[in-house]
Design a protein around this ligand. Sequence first.
Ligand SMILES: [Zn+2]
Length: 246
Amino acid sequence: MFYRTLEDFKNASGYNVDGLWYPRVTAIVGMKAKPGLYKFYAEQESFETGEAVKAKSAEEGTLAHDTVEAILRGEPPAIPEIIKPVVEAFFNFLNHNKVVAKLIEERVISKRHQYSGTMDVLAEINNRLGVLDIKTSYSIFRDYGIQTSAYVEALNERKNLPELTRWILRLDQHKKCLHCPAVLRTKGGNIKIRGEKKFCNHQWGEMIGEAELKELPSYQKDFNAFLACKTLWEWENEFWLNRLGY
Ligand SMILES: [Zn+2]
């Protein structure tokens, strides 16, 4: 990444908390390569199209994300048509699990490891406490463990918290083919068919939402990976960090 000024770098990569600047978790985690992204861009008409689809997809993701957090706050908002199936799946998830949100969009800091981040939700789910991260992807990727381990580690520096677990709640919507196992997603206006069998004139059913909760194991391994990302991030940004007196 290129930054024109120190202020640009600081704003893009971190948070000011009580007069001190900390790099942010998402900037650090961004150091890890995502090979899936190459494939995604290769499938687009142009790099610009890819950027537009990504932006649109992120917008839809944010919309679902904000709606779900508003529901958890007990302030159910008007639900936009485009994310109705996924929100329905979320309500269904709430009906089948005991979920109490303790903190939402909370800024967390690790003074020991020097970073800051904003976690989605600290939640009690079926009487256990943990960090809940909401994703709107078609699958739960192992990378998510790196980000969430950083939030748990920062929370562990607070006193009086019991041992925390980590969950990903994946919220997505898709159409299923009525004749074969193929699944169609249209997130960000990008039409993507997965699990396709040959020789099928797909006939798509209704858009249906899904909510998948997964508990993440191997916290220590994930946090070690986070620290490795941080080392690499510090190396990459050495120029600006030196100017900052970091
Ligand atoms: Zn089919």
